[in-house]
Write a protein that binds this ligand. Structure first.
Ligand SMILES: [Zn+2]
Length: 418
């Protein structure tokens, strides 16, 4: 089993369901925190688990440059390397490479680009992007695509869409031939995690002063991990899943054709790429809505790189199952916090004496413990803790928003807003 998707309830166009991956189940619609360099900046993995993140993202371009795919592969893939046993999705590297502008050159074969770190030259093709993503070992990986710039004329959008279609076929061909090379197959587990209790070796014969039992019989560290549903190692038959990406710029007809051509190649899930590249929000919505009509109902639909809390709710209502965005984590590092009462710019002097919680309706550990005044002080003092706490709250707000969206759909509600 590599991937299965079950729709449990639909309300209007929205649906909630379960995406089963080799590293656990994901409740959909889902928001996926972005962990560019095998790290969701400022947030330890155990805190991500506590927040209820069931899947996170890694960026192939960044991990390819540093620490390098071979290093990650030898250390058990991303799961082993970063000690994260839940699901991971990696992008193909295409979006980042195309963001480099002057540093890249596109041919039929692939893209030559220069590292933003040291200017060194590199080459990504559909085949090498698959090789990198297989080495990184995420549960879901993405076909190599060209992200069409905005604005672009129709000829340019068509040529770009057709290149993406040809690259999708090459991505799939390479993936099918090499998917057994995923690092899970090579015996690398995830460090520091157990699925059962253990009796650790220690000096024999010491008795418990209370009940007289030898303490060698008492399991140590009987912690909550015992009941954790996420498997330490995936089943022997499981492997990665490759998703296709629909492009076509801001043209509805080209998007339809791209969807049809991608579906013809055949993938277990489909993404809508090339949006949030500078176009007006109303246009993003129009393209999302029209493209969704052409995607199969029974497979997961992933909208890449969006959006604000209001937008992720709206896209879920249109029938999107998976979303990711750097917004909650990046904004948090700049002191911009999303709350049930609207956006809060914590740097403002008006919060300097504010003893209230950041968001009175938020149950996260930050809102339960700290005042706005303290968060404002940390930010103004440039304390590292400011970034940590702000990010934890913003992620909690996003994940909680999606939790409530799923609840609304499960109750059969057609329209919802938070
Ligand atoms: Zn909070």
């Amino acid at each position: 089993m590599s991937l299965s998707f079950h729709i449990e309830k639909a309300g209007g166009r929205a649906r909630c369901g379960r995406l089963v991956t080799p590293h656990g189940e994901i409740e959909t619609p889902v928001f996926m925190p972005v962990g560019t360099l095998a790290s969701v900046k400022g947030v330890p993995q155990d805190t991500l688990e506590e927040l209820g993140a069931q899947i996170i993202l890694g960026n192939t371009y960044h991990l390819y440059l540093r620490p390098g795919v071979e290093t990650v592969r030898r250390l058990g893939g991303l799961h082993g390397f970063m000690a994260w046993r839940r699901a991971i999705l990696t992008d193909s590297g295409g979006f980042q490479v195309f963001s480099l502008n002057e540093l890249r050159k596109v041919t039929e074969e692939g893209v030559t680009f220069r590292s933003h770190l040291d200017g060194s030259a590199h080459f990504f093709s559909p085949e090498s992007a698959m090789e990198a993503q297989i080495g990184l070992g995420a549960d879901i990986i993405m076909a190599f695509d060209e992200c069409t710039e905005y604005p672009a004329d129709r000829d340019r959008m068509r040529a770009s869409m057709e290149l993406t279609a040809r690259w999708a076929a090459r991505s799939k061909k390479y993936f099918e031939a090499h998917k057994s090379e995923v690092p899970w197959k090579q015996g690398s587990g995830v460090r520091g995690q157990r699925t059962g209790t253990s009796i650790q070796s220690r000096a024999p014969g010491i008795q418990c002063p209370v009940d007289g039992r030898s303490i060698d019989d008492v399991p140590r560290n009987a912690d909550p991990i015992v009941t954790d549903p996420w498997p330490l190692t995936p089943g022997p038959c499981s492997t990665q899943s490759l998703f296709g990406i629909v492009q076509g710029g801001m043209d509805r007809e080209l998007r339809k054709e791209s969807a049809e051509r991608t579906i013809e190649i055949g993938f277990p899930g489909y993404a809508i790429g090339g949006l949030s590249v500078g176009e007006p929000r109303a246009l993003t919505r129009e393209i999302v809505e029209s493209t969704l009509e052409h995607l199969p109902a029974g497979t997961p639909r992933y909208l890449m790189g969006v959006g604000t809390p209001e937008e992720i709710v709206e896209y879920a209502s249109l029938g999107v199952d998976m979303m990711d965005c750097v917004l909650p984590t990046r904004a948090a590092r700049h002191g911009l916090l999303f709350t049930s009462e609207g956006k809060v710019s914590i740097k403002q002097a008006r919060y300097a004496q504010d003893q209230g919680p950041l968001d009175p309706n938020c149950g996260c550990r930050v809102c339960q413990r700290y005042s706005r005044a303290y968060l404002r002080h940390l930010y103004a003092s440039n304390e590292v803790l400011a970034q940590v706490l702000n990010t934890i709250h913003n992620l909690s707000f996003y994940l909680d928003t999606m939790r409530r969206v799923r609840h609304s759909i499960s109750l059969g509600e057609v329209r919802f807003s938070f």
